[in-house]
Structure formats: C-alpha cells, structure tokens
Design a protein around this ligand. Sequence first.
Ligand SMILES: [Zn+2]
Length: 149
Amino acid sequence: MKFGNVEIRFVFGILPAIFLYSPGKQSGVGANTKYNVIRFQSDLDIPEHRIEALRRHELEHVKQFYMTFGLSEILYQKSPKYRLWAEAKAHRVQAVHVQLADGDAGFFVWAVEHLRTHYDLDITEDEAWDAIGEPLDLSNHPDFVEEDQ
Ligand SMILES: [Zn+2]
C-alpha cells in the first residue's frame, strides 16, 4: 500500500513495515531503519531492482525487530555478534535479489566488502564470505529465467 511518500508492507504476512520515502540527496540509495520504520532515499537513476534489493535488506531488519520483540535495537548497538548476524542476513537477501534480477553474482563481492568495512565488526574477508554465503547457483534455479538478449 502506498500513500504519497509512505508505503506500508508486511513482514511475516501481518506485521507492518513503514517506508518513508524522500528524494536522494546524492547519487545512490540509502536507508535507515529504526523499529519498523524505514527512512529511504533513492535517486531515479538507480535501477529498480537495486532499489528493491535495498528495500528487502531493510525489511530483514524489520523482521529482526519483531523476532527479538524490539530487542534488536539494543543488541545491534551493543553486540558485534548480533550485528554480524543481522547484517549478514540483510546483505545476503539484498545480494540474492540483485542476482536473481540480473543474473550477476558480482553484487556479492560488494556485499562482502561492505559488511566487512561498514559495521565495526573487525572481521576478515573470509569471515565476511562465511557469514553472507556463496551466490546462488542459477543454472537450475526456479526464480531465475535467463532472457534471450
Ligand atoms: Zn543493514
């Protein structure tokens, strides 16, 4: 459901996640999630599947908020272990969405580097790969249909 700059989606079928959209201040996309509210900015020149991938990243954090009965906020701040788990899951969901949309596993490389360097986690590249996991094997994947040209 979308009303102007507000969109409501649901996680776990029934629990609301509220997107508040504003135009991007600089080239790119960005988002900040607190509780079940996602402040979201994106430029028009970003491909829609990349924007949707970031929405799904943020929806993972909303799921985590509900799964922990709201404790995710404090866990995220205080526990690097929790932060690694939470961000690895969100980065994987984002990278899988991009891979299924354009067939390119290259976004995983970005996700691993982003996870390693942006969340004060003090992890190696191998540890970041272990946390996020390998790209999908699309050769027989039901959600991916390679288009001719
Ligand atoms: Zn995140």
